[in-house]
Design a protein around this ligand. Structure first.
Ligand SMILES: *Cc1c(COP(=O)(O)O)cnc(C)c1O
Length: 398
């Protein structure tokens, strides 16, 4: 990391440019303050780093491979590498963060872990690490999501978590987040709130980005070994809240020769009214504790987002990404539901890898960029497609 970390780290109040901060109700102030005072001391401690790295290696399965995708490269006339986060334990990058935060919660003396989840991926990753550490785990999930994500609900229960339905609003992720915040307000002493992306009040975005930054740390080393350079021409990642992209971009942000490409979900089309392309549709506002771009009406009501992939179906974006967008350090592109599904089928046929629908959005922009033959392009394959088989099966039958 260069000394002037312009993009990757916030200032002491948690601001990336004009985005971020900690907008929390008074009841949570001391909790968030306590976390802010202690998180860097704890995670930079040698014993923490040792346990974190051991679990990433032996439990989560890191380092994940950087795979040269030969047939995909041929198709797009450039050199494409896939960072295989899909091979992590529990099937996606999310476990990097849950391991880190559980170790932190343990050191803060917390015995009760709460989390929110949309599709259930973050809930499963949280329940997994709580089982490992014998901690009580409560996962808030929209009632509608509980109905449509039955396998992940079953996984969480099998792992010993209590899944609590959020029955207000649209009964999806943002309502589950509201319930989790309410729980934290009511249980400020023994409870740790484990947030699943680079969102929420400071210090969460910075903390989650640091835990996920192992992705770009590995990419640099792996590229050096394979290509003799640590720097690719492009790094491409999908963005829901933005944690896998934050991890894939982190150690490249200050190297301005690396083109960072963030891909949002356009749903049925950016202008269709059924989209989750926050930077294209959002305005500056406060959502879930930080200032960022938010999809909202003129009077500040959050607009319901839509994406075929539950992991990208969020009406906001982390403050680090808001700053990358505002400063143009990263280029923001988007892919529709149909383009993502087509990209998933293409990767499966060409490389024998079934990606998560979220990751397929990142793959879907390969055809929209003019690459040179010797460009090095890294696509962060954030997760595997097992959880999306219902959607893929419907497409096969239609
Ligand atoms: C949750 C999820 C995402 C979106 O979350 P980010 O915080 O934006 O990374 C992307 N890909 C997969 C596979 C996921 O499970």
């Amino acid at each position: 990391m260069s000394s002037q970390a312009k993009y990757s780290q916030p200032d002491e109040n948690g601001y990336y440019g004009r985005f971020g901060g900690a907008y929390v109700p008074e009841m949570l102030y001391s909790n968030v303050e306590n976390l802010k005072e202690n998180y860097l001391k704890i995670i930079n401690d040698e014993s923490f780093q040792k346990e974190f790295n051991t679990l990433l290696k032996d439990y989560a399965g890191r380092p994940t491979p950087l795979y040269y995708a030969g047939r995909l490269s041929e198709k797009y006339g450039t050199e494409i590498f896939l960072k295989r986060e899909d091979l992590c334990h529990t099937g996606a990058h999310k476990v990097n963060n849950t391991i880190g935060q559980i170790l932190l919660a343990e050191r803060l003396g917390k015995k009760r872990i709460i989390a929110e989840t949309g599709a259930g991926q973050h809930g499963v990753a949280t329940a997994t690490v709580c089982a490992l550490k014998n901690l009580e785990c409560i996962v808030y999930m929209g009632e509608k999501d509980i109905a449509r994500q039955a396998p992940n609900v079953a996984r969480m229960k099998m792992l010993g978590a209590k899944v609590v339905p959020a029955v207000s609003g649209s009964k999806t992720l943002k309502d589950a987040t509201n319930e989790a915040i309410r729980d934290w307000i009511n249980n400020p002493n023994d409870t740790y709130y484990l947030i699943g992306s680079v969102v929420g009040p400071h210090p969460y975005p910075d903390m989650v980005a640091r835990f996920q930054s192992v992705i770009s740390d590995e990419i640099r080393k792996q590229l050096k070994e394979k290509k003799g350079t640590e720097l690719p021409g492009y790094v491409i990642a999908c963005v829901g809240g933005g944690s896998n992209a934050a991890g894939a971009f982190y150690h490249f942000m200050e190297d301005e020769s690396v083109q960072l490409i963030a891909v949002e979900a356009a749903g049925l089309g950016v202008e269709s009214g059924m989209s989750a392309a926050t930077t294209q549709l959002g305005t500056v506002g406060v959502l879930h504790g930080s200032k960022s771009y938010v999809m909202q009406t003129e009077d500040g009501q959050v607009v319901e987002p839509h994406s075929i992939s539950a992991g990208l179906d969020y009406p906001g974006i982390g403050p680090m990404h808001a700053n990358l967008f505002a400063t143009k350090r990263a280029k923001f592109m988007n892919a529709t539901d149909d383009e993502a599904v087509a990209a998933a089928f293409e990767l499966t046929k060409l490389e024998g890898i079934i990606p998560a629908l979220e990751s397929a959005h990142a793959l879907a922009v390969l055809g929209k960029i003019k690459f040179k033959k010797d460009d090095i392009v890294v696509v962060n394959l954030s997760g595997r497609g097992d959880k999306d088989m219902d959607t893929y099966i419907k497409k096969l039958q239609s």
